[in-house]
Design a protein around this ligand. Structure first.
Ligand code: SAH
Ligand code: SF4
Length: 375
């Protein structure tokens, strides 16, 4: 079996080179060929010594993912569907903007958290992606877009772990992928331009702070435990107080001096003035009134069949944003991109061979209890 070199961060590749009887420093050249030049053919890695190339040919490969479909939206957003074997497929989305190019990467086939409003959550969970499958999404997108542009300049400037899956439930595979994104010999992205989004896996937020403190986005969606329990089932394990404490601890390591809270606006569920007030109280009264440094990103709900939920009206979203802003909390409303190709937040579905009976579970609990915000 040949080893896929996309599986390794630079440290891992050094160890691999040593295992072939090569000097560690050779790994750096090889890593640059793979990630900076997008090269997969060892024979074309012209400055590597011939015996080293021969060893690599024998023991290693650089293998991306198999693209089964590519869709391009009217607004320039591109969505790839990549096969990852056994009838499983994941999705990756590129979002071009004037001043940046953002790639939204998947971390799992499906997701076991099962949020009510998320298409991935409704599909259940099949398996974790490997490091190679995570980084291959960036490797393929970057070099394909670069070739298409006909220039050798970097196309992807930002990465968000906001595709399918809960990245902090696949931590061991995520970490080398993040390190490769940040490595100067890899993609050289700054820690501020790589964002991990999580539904709130508290212990892993702490681990990430220690191991690789990139920008953190936390999917909040509700100001109280009873409501959040119904929307993000992981809240039963890690309730709001614990989650906010983890966010405070993360700030000591974070590349920015705030945490981003994502909040999916669901008509009549979490979008009322009382919810906004409860959110303000939650973040400003945190830590005995010291408050938590944060920003809010309101995401208008992107509907999908079977969710049974409705997007908040634009006016309601605006009022909600203003209420937070008047309380001194920086709040933005996320523009919906790529919804004509189902590439918007929460619409990513891929193909998931569910091993968790999520569909049955979700149909049994179709309704969300509309709990009073004061409860
Ligand atoms: N599992 C991680 C990252 C993937 S989801 C997390 O939950 O944070 C990326 C973002 O899309 C999250 O903020 C999620 O709450 C949001 N999202 C999920 N479904 C959505 C939908 N249908 N409409 C709008 N946003 C959605
Ligand atoms: Fe999983 Fe995130 Fe979707 Fe929740 S919102 S089901 S954590 S991918």
């Amino acid at each position: 079996m040949k080893t896929n070199l996309l599986e390794f961060d630079l440290l891992g590749l050094q160890t691999f080179c040593e295992s072939l009887g090569e000097k560690r420093f050779r790994a750096q050249q090889l890593f640059r060929w793979i990630h900076q030049r997008g090269e997969s053919d060892f024979d074309r890695m012209s400055d590597l010594a011939l015996p080293f190339r021969a060893l690599l040919l024998q023991h290693a490969k650089v293998e991306g993912l198999d693209p089964v479909a590519t869709h391009k939206s009217k607004d320039g957003t591109i969505k790839w569907l990549f096969s990852v074997g056994e009838n499983n497929a994941i999705e990756t989305v590129f979002i071009p903007e004037d001043d940046r190019g953002t790639l939204c990467i998947s971390s799992q086939v499906g997701c076991a958290v099962g949020c009510r409003f998320c298409s991935t959550g409704h599909q259940g969970f099949s398996r974790n992606l490997t490091t190679a499958e995570i980084i291959a999404q960036l490797w393929m997108a970057e070099h394909q877009l670069r070739r298409q542009s006909g220039q050798n300049a970097r196309v992807i400037s930002n990465v968000v772990m906001m595709g399918m899956g809960e990245p902090l439930q696949n931590y061991s595979a995520l970490l080398p992928a993040l390190k490769t994104m940040l490595d100067d010999h890899g993609y050289g992205l700054s820690r501020r331009r790589v964002t991990v989004s999580t539904s709130g896996v508290v212990p892993m937020i702490d681990r990430l702070g220690q191991d690789c403190p990139v920008a953190l986005a936390v999917s909040l969606h509700a100001p109280t435990d009873p409501l959040r329990n119904g929307l993000v089932p992981l809240n039963l394990k890690y309730p709001l107080t614990e989650l906010l404490q983890a966010c405070s601890r993360y700030l000591a390591h974070a590349p920015r001096d705030f945490i981003t809270f994502e909040y999916c606006m669901l008509a009549g569920v979490n979008d009322q003035a009382a919810h906004a007030q409860a959110l303000i109280d939650l973040v400003t009264q945190h830590a005995q009134g010291k408050g938590l440094s944060c920003k809010f990103n309101l995401i208008p709900f992107n509907p999908f069949p079977a969710s049974g939920l409705v997007r908040s009206e634009p006016g309601v979203v605006q009022r909600f944003a203003q209420q937070l802003q008047q309380a001194g909390i920086v709040t933005t409303v996320r523009k919906t991109r790529g919804d004509d190709i189902d590439a918007a937040c929460g619409q990513l579905a891929g193909d998931v061979v569910d091993r968790t009976h999520a569909v049955e579970r979700m149909t049994k609990h179709r309704t969300i209890d509309l709990v009073s915000v004061s409860s």
